[in-house]
Design a protein around this ligand. Structure first.
Ligand SMILES: C[S@@+](CC[C@H](N)C(=O)[O-])C[C@H]1O[C@@H](n2cnc3c(N)ncnc32)[C@H](O)[C@@H]1O
Length: 314
């Protein structure tokens, strides 16, 4: 599969405009407002959900005050020896703190519902769940047997881990993420589900055992990565997999007509929230898979905007 063509004129113009800081700030704010409005229009109570999560449903103290348990759980889950890569310590999704804060962690789920609401006509708030199902509908028939040990790289607050667990209920799952805030929320959301281990580490160097896993999955993570990190993560996935194991990525499809025909203004909003989108769109992912020690990957288009890529470890 070929990488997408060089950015077109409109895209190059948008990049130049976004390099002007005040314009970037306006685009970023605008993108956030659009998301919150879209969520609330489809019945996802964005603000209420965040207030509820901050206080963990407690009526004590001012509304939305951060419950004490959060800081304790953050300290317990965070690996104090981690050195965050520079590319990760930047603004993502209109949050200045990127993924390293409570607000982004507590808004992930509502934001995902808003972003994926229009993927299928009439899907509304179910669009995100449908996207995740479409990933597994694409992936599962390609796997020779049900995986028993799975790593979910860039697991976020566990929405992708949860769907893996529903699909493979007897598997043991490890969710890896660089944001301890996201992992603390993942642990909170998943409390009744015992089969998941949450692991604070870079996906490039997880520290997990070699050749121990049947499936490594990365759902909606690769578009957040510069190319050097994407390649390093594929090498790490290969190390984690036993021979014959599979690596699967579900993410935006750079070849989608939706991006090719997107109005420059909307593209500007998208880019203001996704700093590595150009690098992701230009990556030859099939080649990167093969250089990392995988067989030629299979690509399945699982929504109008998303693709599933999977490959077997050589
Ligand atoms: C868009 S979120 C997707 C989360 C989740 N997989 C889902 O489907 O909802 C991308 C996640 O990748 C994580 N991430 C980005 N770069 C990473 C890296 N190098 N190592 C580990 N996690 C990373 C971010 O912290 C974030 O939680």
């Amino acid at each position: 599969m070929n990488a997408i063509a060089a950015p077109n004129l409109a895209s190059a113009m948008v990049n130049r405009l976004l390099a002007i800081r005040p314009l970037w700030t306006i685009a970023k704010r605008r993108a956030r407002k659009m998301m919150i409005d879209r969520a609330e229009t489809i019945g996802v109570p964005w603000r209420e959900t965040v207030i509820e999560m901050r206080s963990r449903g407690s009526d004590e103290g001012p509304a939305g005050e951060l419950a004490d348990e959060w800081q304790a759980e953050l300290a317990a889950i965070a690996n104090p020896h981690i050195r965050y890569p520079d590319y990760y310590q930047t603004s993502f999704h209109a949050y200045d703190e990127g993924n390293l804060g409570w607000l982004p962690a507590m808004e992930v789920e509502v934001a995902a519902k808003a972003v994926h609401a229009r993927l299928w006509p009439e899907a509304g708030a179910q669009g995100d769940a449908m996207l995740r199902q479409s990933y597994h509908n694409a992936l599962q028939p390609q796997l020779p047997v049900a995986p028993e040990k799975i790593v979910d790289l860039g697991c976020g607050v566990g929405m992708s881990t949860e769907t893996l667990q529903e699909r493979y209920p007897s598997a043991h799952l490890t969710g890896v993420d660089l944001s301890p805030y996201f992992l603390a929320v993942a642990q909170y959301r998943a409390q009744p589900r015992a089969q998941i281990t949450w692991h604070h580490a870079p996906a490039e160097a997880t520290g997990l055992p070699t050749a121990d896993y049947d499936l490594v999955s990365a759902c909606l993570m690769f578009h957040e990565l510069p190319q050097s990190a994407a390649k390093a993560i594929l090498r790490e996935a290969r190390r984690l997999l036993r021979p014959g194991g599979h690596m699967a990525i579900m993410d935006m499809n750079p070849q989608s007509e939706v991006y090719a025909t997107m109005p420059p203004f909307v593209l500007a909003l998208l880019k203001s929230t996704e700093p590595y989108l150009d690098e992701y769109f230009a990556l030859d992912i099939a080649q990167a898979f093969q250089e990392a020690g995988f067989k030629a990957p299979t690509v399945i288009y699982n929504s109008a905007r998303h693709r599933t890529i999977l490959a077997e470890a050589r």
